[in-house]
Design a protein around this ligand. Structure first.
Ligand code: HEM
Length: 491
């Protein structure tokens, strides 16, 4: 066992330094203590690869709030406590470091392309993030509302046309691709229009390549990264699909800029035009930034929408209350105003509750500690990989009554005391936190709200009771074990 005590401990006023380098046996779990050793590879014995979320719940239940886990050649710390998360957040500094996705790094290095947000660290990351961040604020996100609203109207047309023979995942991922395109290319691409997709095979190909890139990306996160040393099958497929995605984006970005040239003065809040006008970015880099905006969120946003529709379809009362809030604020109006969104607490509670019930990522955020940090009675050295166990906390009875039930009311103001509410919000952080939190959060939320408002305004959701009930499985994001048996009945 390598919890070093004695002389080192006394140097630190009774704190226990944690050794993250010594390679002890992964099976030396110290039961009954807060900090334990466990071997991440141990989960393969009892947990399916797609149910690692249950493994995290198991670690939390069995070993407590801080767990030391062997991951490959490192020992990482998993934190299962909202108060410790708050404490670690407060100390993360101006340039928080996160693990960068290895397959993207290999791709960028091979192509000699400048890296974007999730692949950068330190000052380089900070400079790029600050530059783009200043163009993404409430006003600029709201400026896309009318065009995104029109995409949401297309979604209703598509659902109405196909009502009961829908592949929800296909329709919703086309919706999200199109609302994101409004941001990246300043125009609707028509991904939701079957005729446009038939006439423009490059758009259909883009959707296919984009999905393929994401699924290979997820696969690469669970494989030994041999692609760092030679071109594995996963890498070759990843490179070819990402190449075609970037080609498509490059062409569309350039068309968008030409289109918008004549209207430059009207584009004060426009992200693409502002970035182009700054003169800092070359074509490749601009296309890659737009790609990370298109790509980073498409899958999480459409997965969240699918799980939310599923939850709503099983609860008539919640649906009725949500419908009432929508009708009060919108009537039958086709267009949603920013002020309308500001008056929909129940809608926001439904979305938050969906994030809690089906957390949108396998575990949660992670950080590489910038300095030695004390958590409880343990000293974690600089460089420790710390994972925040939101997925397990979201289903913990300690913070949530009836954690397996969909209860949006728990998020409404006035229902809990402040200390409990604070813990609940640190337990559920779907977009991460601090300066390195999700860059697209405002966009993602707007896209989800728009789709839900339009769907609930126009349809009643119900479930096909003869079909199987989907279980939550995970790649890097949640997916259902079988197609969602959600049905739409026009109101
Ligand atoms: C439901 C939808 C989404 C979820 C749950 C989500 C979640 C996250 C999380 C957890 C992170 C890491 C945060 C951290 O480490 O603290 C992140 C980063 C990021 N997200 Fe999102 N995201 C979503 C949608 C989007 C969208 C729509 C976009 C783009 C328009 C986007 C762009 C990004 C980017 C660029 C980063 C990297 C930021 C950086 O490293 O500086 N995300 N997201």
């Amino acid at each position: 066992m390598s919890l070093r005590q004695g002389p080192v401990e006394s140097l630190h006023n009774g704190m226990i330094p944690v050794d993250i380098h010594t390679s002890t046996s992964g099976r030396d779990a110290m039961l009954g203590q807060q900090l334990v050793y466990f071997n991440l590879f141990g989960f393969f014995c009892s947990f399916r690869k797609t149910q690692l979320n249950l493994y995290f719940e198991h670690l939390h239940k069995k070993y407590g709030k801080l767990v030391k886990v062997r991951t490959g050649n490192r020992w990482d710390i998993f934190v299962f406590d909202p108060e410790y998360i708050r404490l670690l957040m407060a100390q993360e500094g101006k340039c928080p470091n996160r693990m960068t996705p290895p397959i993207l790094n290999v791709f960028y290095d091979k192509k000699g392309i400048k890296k974007t947000f999730s692949s950068l660290q330190g000052e380089e990351w900070h400079a790029k993030r600050m530059h783009v961040q200043k163009f993404i604020n409430a006003r600029s996100v709201n400026s896309y509302l009318p065009s995104q609203n029109s995409v949401a109207n297309d979604l209703v047309i598509q659902l109405d046309k196909n009502e009961n023979e829908l592949e929800i995942d296909d329709v919703l991922s086309r919706y999200v691709a199109d609302v994101n395109a409004v941001v990246a290319f300043n125009s609707k691409m028509g991904f939701l229009d079957d005729e446009i997709l038939r006439e423009c095979p490059e758009k259909r190909e883009y959707l296919v390549a984009s999905r393929r890139t994401f699924s290979l990306f997820a696969e690469s996160m669970f494989s030994v990264p041999f692609f760092k040393y030679y071109e594995t099958r996963i890498y070759k497929d990843f490179e070819s699909s990402l190449d075609s995605v970037i080609r498509f984006i490059r062409v569309e970005v350039s068309k968008a800029i030409k289109r918008s040239m004549s209207e430059m003065s009207k584009c004060e809040d426009n992200l693409l035009i502002n970035m182009y006008r700054s003169g800092i970015y070359g074509w490749d880099e601009l296309s890659l930034i737009m790609h990370s905006l298109m790509f980073a969120g498409v899958n999480s946003t459409s997965a969240t929408l699918q799980w939310l529709l599923w939850s709503l379809s099983g609860d008539e009362e919640v649906q009725a209350r949500l419908h009432e809030e929508i009708s009060e604020n919108m009537g039958q109006s086709l267009y949603i105003q920013p002020t309308t969104l500001a008056h929909m607490p129940y809608l926001k509670a439904c979305v938050k509750e969906c994030f809690r019930l089906v957390f949108p990522s396998l575990n949660g955020s992670m950080r590489i500690l910038p300095q030695e940090t004390i958590v409880d009675k343990y000293i974690l050295p600089k460089g420790t990989y710390v994972h925040f166990g939101h997925n397990a906390l979201c289903r913990s009875e300690e913070y949530f009554e009836s954690p397996n039930e969909f209860k949006p009311e728990r998020w409404l103001s006035g229902t809990k005391d402040q200390a409990i509410k604070l813990k609940m919000s640190y337990a559920v952080m779907p977009f991460g936190f601090g300066p390195r939190s999700c860059l697209g959060r405002r966009f993602a939320e707007q896209e989800i709200y728009l789709a839900v408002i339009k769907i609930v305004q126009n349809f009643q959701l119900y479930r096909d009771t003869n079909a199987k009930t989907p279980e939550v499985l995970y790649s890097t994001i949640p997916f259902p074990s079988c197609p969602f048996p959600v049905k739409f009945r026009k109101r």
